[in-house]
Design a protein around this ligand. Structure first.
Ligand code: FAD
Length: 94
């Protein structure tokens, strides 16, 4: 994350499962963000999440479900497995 100057955000299920702290949650019951680039990795695009990131300048989404709602809010969308994409990103920024 540091290599590309990124900050982590999360959806509510991860917070509810205590995988990540509430301060990272984006959405209706979390934070509202407006980054230059929002990269949605395995995000379904539920309205409660969308309302927290809709002000992002550009959105890139990766989801293995071609019908995922997040693609309707994305400038660029990849129908792919997040873990494959992360491997590629890691290689590129090494
Ligand atoms: C009152 C209320 C308030 C809420 N507030 C918030 C809020 O503030 N923020 C918030 O985020 N949610 C909030 N929610 C929850 C919200 O409705 C959704 O349940 C939540 O946003 C879904 O999170 P998700 O997209 O991570 O999970 P899911 O809906 O489980 O979607 C996971 C997605 O990841 C994809 N996926 C899975 N594995 C892979 C893989 N390996 N590669 C690629 N794609 C993959 C799936 O295709 C799916 O689209 C709230 C709900 C309620 C009722």
């Amino acid at each position: 994350m540091k290599k590309i100057g990124a900050v982590v955000g999360a959806t509510r299920p991860l917070v509810d499962a205590e995988i990540i702290d509430l301060r990272y949650q984006v959405g209706q019951t979390g934070r509202t963000i407006s980054p230059k680039l929002y990269i949605a990795l395995g995000i379904s695009g539920a309205p409660q999440h969308i309302c927290g990131m809709i002000k992002s300048s550009k959105v890139i989404a990766v989801n293995k479900d071609k019908d995922a709602e997040i693609f309707n809010y994305s400038d660029i969308g990849f129908v792919a497995d997040v873990f494959d994409v992360l491997k590629c990103i890691n290689k590129c920024i090494k």
